[in-house]
Write a protein that binds this ligand. Structure first.
Ligand code: ZN
Length: 277
C-alpha cells in the first residue's frame, strides 16, 4: 500500500441519491464541483426510486460515464433506497427517525442484503458501471449487510462517522457533514457545515461533505456547502474520492500529527471545467 505524500487534510465530497428522478440537481452539484476541480463520489441508486431505474435513462448513464472519465467515482447506494420490513424494534425506529425511512440495509440479514446488492450490481453492470464501494442509504447497515458486502468483494463501505476499508478491516474516522433540508436542524446543519470544513481542514481532521439533490430546493444550503468546500481548499485540504482514499490512506497515522503522514503516490484532481453557472 502506498501512502499519501501531499500535504493537506484529506476530505471526501459525495453526491447522494443519483438516479433518473434526481438527475437535474445531481448535474448542478457536479458542475459546482467540476468548477473547483474537486473529484466527487457519486452514490447511485440503480433500481426504481421515485421514477424509473437507471438503465431507462441513457442520457444519465452517458453523463455518469463521462464523469467517471474526468476522475469522479461511481459508487453503489442501495438498490431502491427504501426502508424494508423486518429487523428489531430499535432498528426499525432508527430507520424511521434517523434515516427518514430510507435505510434499506438497516435491518437485513446477510442473505437479504446479498440479494439486494447483487441486484444493484447487476443493474449497474447492464450499463457498464462497476463500482468498488458502497454507501448504505441513511448510512445504516446491519451486521449481515457488512458480511454480504465483504463476501461480494466490495472494497469499502461508509457510515456517518467513518469509512470502512473492507479489505483490511481499517476504519477511517471521518465525520460526514450533511444538510437536513426542510427539517428540524436545517439551520444548525448549515452553520456546522460552513464552519467545520475550514476548521477541520486547518486542524488536520479528515472529514466528509455529503451533498443531496434535495439540498438545492432550500435557500442557502448550496452556498453553505460550497463555502465549506472553498474554505477547505483554501486551507490546503485535499479532496479524494472514497476509492482513492482507501487505496492511499496511511495504515496508521502517527499520533500527534496534524495531517496525513507518509510519502509517494499521486492524487489526480478532476480537470476543471467551466459550467457558466
Ligand atoms: Zn441516500
Amino acid at each position: 500500500m502506498t501512502e499519501l505524500s501531499e500535504p493537506g487534510t484529506p476530505f471526501v465530497v459525495s453526491i447522494h441519491d443519483v438516479a433518473p428522478a434526481s438527475a437535474e440537481p445531481c448535474r448542478r452539484w457536479l458542475a459546482d464541483l467540476d468548477e473547483r476541480g474537486v473529484p466527487a463520489t457519486l452514490l447511485i441508486v440503480p433500481g426504481p426510486w421515485r421514477g424509473p431505474a437507471l438503465p431507462e435513462d441513457p442520457a444519465l448513464v452517458a453523463w455518469l460515464r463521462e464523469a467517471e472519465q474526468r476522475g469522479h467515482e461511481l459508487s453503489l447506494h442501495g438498490y431502491a433506497h427504501e426502508g424494508v420490513q423486518g429487523g428489531s424494534g430499535p432498528r426499525q425506529l432508527v430507520n424511521r427517525v434517523l434515516a427518514r425511512g430510507c435505510a434499506e440495509f438497516c435491518a437485513l440479514d446477510e442473505a437479504e442484503a446479498r440479494h439486494r446488492l447483487e441486484d444493484g450490481l447487476a443493474v449497474l453492470d447492464l450499463v457498464g458501471i462497476k463500482p468498488v464501494g458502497f454507501t448504505p442509504p441513511g448510512w445504516l447497515a446491519s451486521p449481515g449487510a457488512y458480511r454480504a458486502l465483504k463476501a461480494l468483494g466490495f472494497r469499502y463501505t461508509t457510515s456517518h462517522l467513518a469509512v470502512h476499508d473492507l479489505s483490511s478491516g481499517r476504519r477511517l474516522a471521518m465525520f460526514a457533514l450533511s444538510h437536513r433540508p426542510g427539517g428540524f436542524g436545517e439551520r444548525f446543519g448549515a452553520r456546522l457545515m460552513r464552519h467545520a470544513g475550514a476548521r477541520w481542514a486547518r486542524r488536520g481532521t479528515p472529514f466528509r461533505i455529503a451533498l443531496h439533490p434535495q439540498d438545492l430546493a432550500r435557500p442557502g444550503l448550496r452556498e453553505a456547502a460550497l463555502d465549506a468546500i472553498d474554505a477547505a481548499l483554501a486551507a490546503g485540504a485535499r479532496p479524494y474520492t472514497y476509492a482513492r482514499l482507501v487505496e492511499t490512506y496511511p495504515r496508521r497515522r502517527p499520533t500527534g500529527t496534524t495531517g496525513p503522514a507518509g510519502r509517494a503516490t499521486t492524487q489526480h484532481p478532476v480537470r476543471r471545467v467551466r459550467s457558466g453557472k
